[in-house]
Design a binder for this molecule. Structure first.
Ligand code: NDP
Length: 481
């Protein structure tokens, strides 16, 4: 006998969403010079949450100028121990306002509240705590005895982990003495605007952090602005390429965190139940909107049938629905456009001859949803084995030997993440030596920690975020190692 879960909704009353938000420039909220605005929508209900300003060229100029002034007059020359105090203060305020931020993130993004509450917001605070610790110790980080900041950083982030990606960008930049102009994604601006309020609350000097909302054009204006010294981007490989072209031939420093097609590799000696949990966490966490998702399952042929049967049983227990319900495992797809991309790629799986299995779950009438899906009989040539789907869709391939697993795992233009499931430590090390990925998890998947550098090879981008390695992206090259 099984029991249904009673509804357990988190209260929406803990957030107070304004009907309109301006841009955050020089410590103040101001309207865009053009007066243009866009609407941000709750993807689970299609309800308009708020209207936000769209920054144009004049606003980008004003924000870069404010950041430059703050760098020259206050932040760039401030002793590290004083910068650290602000970062600690921001981290504490994120913790204090964590419930509100989690609800806001879930409303704007569609991710389950248990993920925003237990993953996104605590990790965002952890990034500020971690980097606060570095601010007065940069001379010991391996970048020379007195490394210098770069100046003004232009940062563009995606919609899959809005506040967390903001923390990944802003915390190291500030700890190293840079000032920033950040553009959140068009569909998820609200927690970045709440972060602007947090900067005010923390008494951060005006202009150290500037937030420009808008669409891709605002991002383009920012990264191409001649007044910035450093560009940091997370998003699609296609936009990454455009940015690389725009930055080429300038003195701007660049880091790119782009797409991925991570292999989750399960050997026949792996503990099956744990591996199944790892596969679920690898591709169905955050509706699969994860650059390092384990979207290709490589399973050793001898255990493939058993593992797939177990996986399907487990997927049958996932609850899809209201993201604000604390029991929800699978939330909404962030936008109609993203849902369209997922549907197109899934259709190509059908057309190319793979076999689709869908978890039995009812989809709500309103909003954008895609059920947990598994494709078996996938070959390496299929689009669903090569392209980033960025949705809750797993492509299953099989292998017989460790060499074949390595060859198949590396057979991708990407190189961001991989997982290895086996009880043999020697095999983990053997595999890790051969996999061309920036992050390799052993008997786990999608674990994040601010002390651990994150980044990719090949078309997954370059540069590292987090850990000591991540500091290098925000410190002056002249000081060298
Ligand atoms: P984008 O790469 O377009 O968006 C990422 C960020 O870049 C957003 O803030 C976007 O603004 C901004 N942007 C768009 N165009 C430019 C430009 N020319 N110059 C500077 N900034 C720009 O990703 P999408 O949201 O369009 O998603 C498309 C696909 O990309 C997904 O299906 C997924 O496969 C992949 N993706 C991968 C991510 C990853 O982490 N690896 C993250 C997000 C997407 P705005 O959103 O306002 O248009």
């Amino acid at each position: 006998m099984t029991f249904d879960y009673a509804p357990a909704p988190e209260s929406r009353a803990v957030v107070d969403i304004a009907s309109h938000y301006g841009l955050f420039i020089g410590g103040q909220f101001v309207d865009a010079a053009s007066g243009d605005a866009l609407k941000t929508v709750n993807p689970a209900t299609e309800e308009v949450l708020a209207e936000v300003s769209v920054a144009g060229a004049a606003d980008v100029d004003a924000a870069v100028l404010a950041a430059r002034r703050a760098f020259d007059e206050v932040w760039g020359g401030m002793p590290g121990r004083d910068r650290a105090k602000y970062l600690y203060r921001i981290a504490r305020i994120i913790q204090e306002r964590s419930r509100e931020l989690a609800v806001l993130e879930t409303l704007d993004n569609g991710k389950p509240i248990k993920e925003s509450r237990d993953v996104d917001i605590p990790l965002a605070a952890a990034h500020f705590f971690y980097h606060a610790g570095w601010a007065d110790k940069l001379g010991y980080a391996g970048y020379g005895s007195n490394p210098k900041p770069l100046g003004v950083a232009g940062q563009v982030i995606p919609w899959n982990f809005p506040l967390l990606m903001l923390a990944w960008k802003i915390a190291p930049a500030l700890a190293c003495g840079n000032t920033v102009v950040l553009k959140p994604a068009e569909t998820t601006p609200l927690t970045a605007l709440a972060f602007a309020e947090i900067c005010q609350q923390a008494g951060l000097p005006d202009g150290v952090v500037n937030i420009l909302t808008g669409a891709g054009e605002t991002g383009r204006l920012l990264v191409e602005h001649s007044g910035i010294d450093k560009v940091a981007f997370t998003g699609s490989t296609e936009v990454g390429r455009q940015i690389m072209r725009a930055v080429a031939g300038t003195s701007k420093r660049l880091t790119l965190e782009l797409g991925g097609k991570g292999a989750n590799i399960v050997f026949d000696d792996a503990p099956i139940d744990q591996a199944v949990e790892g596969i679920v966490n690898g591709i169905y966490f955050n509706q699969g909107h994860v650059c390092c998702a384990g979207s290709r399952l490589l399973v050793q042929e001898t255990i493939a049938d058993t593992l797939i049967a177990s996986l399907k049983r487990r997927l049958g227990t996932l609850r899809l629905g209201d993201p604000l319900d604390k029991n929800t495992d699978i939330g909404a797809i962030n936008s109609a456009a993203q849902l369209g991309r997922i549907m197109d790629l899934a259709r190509s799986g059908d057309d190319e001859g793979a076999e689709r299995w869908t978890a039995p779950c009812a989809l709500p009438d309103r909003g954008w949803w895609f059920p947990p899906t598994v494709f078996t009989g996938v070959s390496q040539a299929h689009r669903i084995a090569r392209e980033e789907i960025f949705g809750p869709v797993l492509s299953v391939l099989t292998f017989r030997t460790p060499d074949e697993a390595v060859e198949k795992a590396n057979n991708t233009p990407y190189g961001l993440s991989a997982g290895i499931w086996t009880e043999k430590g020697s095999r983990i090390l053997w595999m890790a030596d051969r996999l061309r990925d920036g992050v390799i998890w052993a008997n786990t998947f999608n674990r994040f920690d601010p002390t651990s550098p994150f980044g990719g090879y090949k078309e997954s981008g370059f540069g590292r975020e987090g850990g000591v390695a991540g500091l290098g992206a925000y410190l002056s090259a002249e000081e060298g190692r």
